[in-house]
Design a protein around this ligand. Structure first.
Ligand SMILES: NC(=O)c1ccc[n+]([C@@H]2O[C@H](COP(=O)([O-])OP(=O)(O)OC[C@H]3O[C@@H](n4cnc5c(N)ncnc54)[C@H](O)[C@@H]3O)[C@@H](O)[C@H]2O)c1
Length: 431
């Protein structure tokens, strides 16, 4: 078993720390956010991720949390970089925190392997290695180990990943990093650093492309009378296509797809290649988030000023409190700009969204949001919305209009109850 330093205890870092501890490794986890470290030391997990609190608690003996870089960087034979790499206004990835980590490396003590788990542009590993060489840091070797977990199912994704990708230009380093995952018994792909970096971007860009593709099919279904849910099922039965990521909706969000697709487009652009397909994927996604406005107007008329509209779900997907690039932000922003009275409810993401969209009114429950509303939009398909007592909802709403942004509700049942129901890429139903 090895001693690992994990830098950054956000979604990826904390899951990595807890899962690696579960595999038997000793972890020193570092973050610049003293509040997060304080909470973790007190046994509180500062983010919402199913099963994570339990896993952290079960592995307390192998998990140490600190804000001291000088201590943390010396502690681990392997230093896993899990800091955030957000988009800059140009769409490139902001690597400030990666370079901060390089600056914090111990100049001359012990042997370490620097392992980048954060998603970084292709070529970053080469630049980091050149910087290490320039500083004379021969005691630090380098590997890329991109992470593929999804928030909401992160622990299962880590422990049962489809593949572990290790990119290293030195085969011995690759073997050392791969050995850390031996307990998982999952397929391993060892490659060079640049290819490992590209695998992460290409995977996310491909999945985002699938989503934008089915969303465009949905939009054409709406004008031609086909039903995208049946179309997607029929497509997914073809094993060359597969059923995943073919759920039409109001666009993808989150901390990864939007940023990684845009970063890959920039990576290509910076090297002189115009990645046309990705430009379309991004544009389709942006437009998709706004299509709900047209649907609402179809039911309520062009004037949305003063109309009460309930948004069910604000997180970018169920089972997370992450609201980064959530469709709810664009939708709520557009509706507020139209003068609508927008009331949102989310089981756990409310505090996060309040910080970025203070003008959005927040209800304490789904029913409170729906009370007196002239329309509701299902934005995030949390289980509790699917299980609502829709007879009671109909009584509570001023007008029974449901726009199902995730095609997750039973449109036929709602229509029977007297709702006007509209999904994405499905026929409009009037009760
Ligand atoms: N969130 C996901 O689902 C996911 C999945 C796969 C890959 N990734 C990638 O993993 C990386 C991390 O993503 P995340 O969602 O966990 O980010 P996050 O914002 O949740 O967490 C990053 C953490 O790093 C800390 N940090 C920043 N600079 C630091 C420094 N110099 N020293 C110590 N700590 C520092 C921050 O305080 C924060 O707690 C990104 O590159 C992301 O693209 C994310």
């Amino acid at each position: 078993m090895s001693r690992l330093t994990v830098v950054g205890v956000g979604y990826v870092g904390l899951v990595t720390a807890a899962c690696m501890a579960e595999l038997g490794h000793e972890i020193v986890a570092l973050d610049v956010d003293a509040g997060k470290i304080h909470a973790l030391r007190e046994g509180r997990v500062p983010i919402y991720e199913p099963g994570l609190s339990e896993l952290v608690a079960a592995n307390r003996g192998r998990l140490e949390f600190t804000t001291e870089p000088a201590y943390a960087y010396r502690a681990g034979e392997f230093i896993f970089i899990c800091v955030d790499t957000p988009s800059t206004p140009s769409g490139d990835a902001d690597l400030t925190r990666i370079w901060q980590a390089v600056d914090d490396l111990p100049p001359d003590e012990g042997r370490h392997v620097l392992v980048t788990k954060s998603t970084v542009p292709v070529g970053t590993g080469a630049l980091v290695q050149a910087e290490l060489a320039q500083r004379g840091y021969r005691h630090i070797s380098y590997a890329s180990n991109p992470e593929f977990l999804r928030e909401g199912t992160a622990i299962d994704d880590f422990m049962h990943t489809d593949r572990v990708v290790v990119g290293a230009d030195d085969p011995d380093v690759a073997t050392q990093v791969a050995r850390l995952y031996e307990g998982l018994d999952r397929p391993l792909l060892v490659t060079d650093v640049a290819s490992a970096e590209m695998i992460k971007y290409a995977s996310n860009a491909f999945l985002a492309t699938k989503i934008s593709f089915i969303n465009e099919i949905a939009n054409v279904c709406e004008t031609t009378g086909a039903d995208v849910r049946v179309v997607a099922r029929g497509m997914g039965m073809d094993h060359r296509i597969g059923p995943h990521f073919l759920q039409a909706g109001i666009g993808y969000g989150g901390s990864c797809f939007p940023k990684d697709v845009s970063a890959l487009k920039q990576i290509a652009g910076n090297s002189g290649y115009h990645f046309q397909l990705l430009s379309a994927v991004i544009e389709v996604n942006e437009l998709q988030k706004r299509r709900v406005i047209g649907k609402l107007k179809r039911h309520l008329g062009d004037e949305l000023r003063g109309r009460r509209i309930a948004l069910l779900g604000l997180a970018f997907k169920p089972n997370t409190d992450d609201i980064r690039e959530a469709s709810s932000l664009v939708l709520a922003g557009r509706l507020l700009a139209e003068g609508a009275e927008v009331v949102g409810y989310d089981p756990i993401a409310t505090d996060n969204i309040r910080a970025v969209l203070p003008r959005l009114a927040h209800a304490s429950s789904a029913m409170a949001a729906l009370e007196g509303a002239e329309a509701c939009v299902l934005v995030t398909e949390w289980r509790e919305f699917l299980d609502l007592d829709w007879t009671a909802v109909k009584q509570a709403m001023a007008r029974p209009v449901v726009i199902d942004g995730r095609n997750a509700l039973d449109g036929a049942a709602l229509t029977k109850l007297g709702f006007a129901y509209e999904g994405i890429g499905t026929r409009v139903r009037r009760g």
